[in-house]
Design a protein around this ligand. Structure first.
Ligand code: ADP
Length: 148
């Protein structure tokens, strides 16, 4: 295998320190990481919000040529194939994540043979989720300490 490429799929609403730590640690294993912001055309978020998320993440990694950012709708395995990724990269915070991630990994392996590489969250980030950040934000709390 020449170049090792991983797709890091997620909704990233928003992209938190938990996500950036997965990317940073993933760069020790992979030559390139493609962050893929997934969306479902029939549901929230709308495409404009997704493109804004892509721009925000791309700006974060403007100085890191090994990281790319894209959006996708549809199957994650198709997005991986489209950008030449041989692996999926994901994170696990808890037993709850573990069950979900195992199901996803099994389905994706069945669909295309792709392997998923999971990182345990850093202990200090294990309670951080995009949904908690969204909730705090909705109450007017400054959430910048949770964002890269
Ligand atoms: P999805 O909606 O696909 O679960 P998310 O944007 O919520 O997308 O998360 C993308 C990936 O990042 C998931 O594998 C999730 O478990 C992982 N992740 C989210 N927050 C953290 C964190 N604090 N530490 C480690 N991994 C995390």
């Amino acid at each position: 295998m020449s170049e090792r490429v991983a797709l890091f799929p997620g909704s990233f609403r928003p992209f938190t320190l938990g996500h950036s730590s997965i990317v940073e640690r993933g760069l020790s294993l992979f030559d390139r990481i493609v962050i893929a912001v997934g969306f479902n055309r029939d549901k929230d978020p709308d495409e404009l919000e997704v493109e804004e998320t892509v721009r925000t993440i791309a700006a974060l990694y403007a100085g890191e040529p090994r990281v790319e950012v894209m959006s996708y709708s549809g199957l994650t395995v198709d997005a991986a194939a489209a950008c030449g990724a041989q692996f999926l990269l994901r994170g696990v915070r808890s037993v709850k994540d573990f069950e979900y991630e195992r199901d996803l990994a099994d389905v994706n392996r069945k669909l295309s043979g792709i392997e998923t590489v999971l990182f345990y969250s850093l202990p200090e980030l294990s309670a951080l989720s995009s949904s908690i950040v969204r909730e705090l934000k909705s109450y007017g709390v400054d959430t910048s300490e949770f964002l890269p």
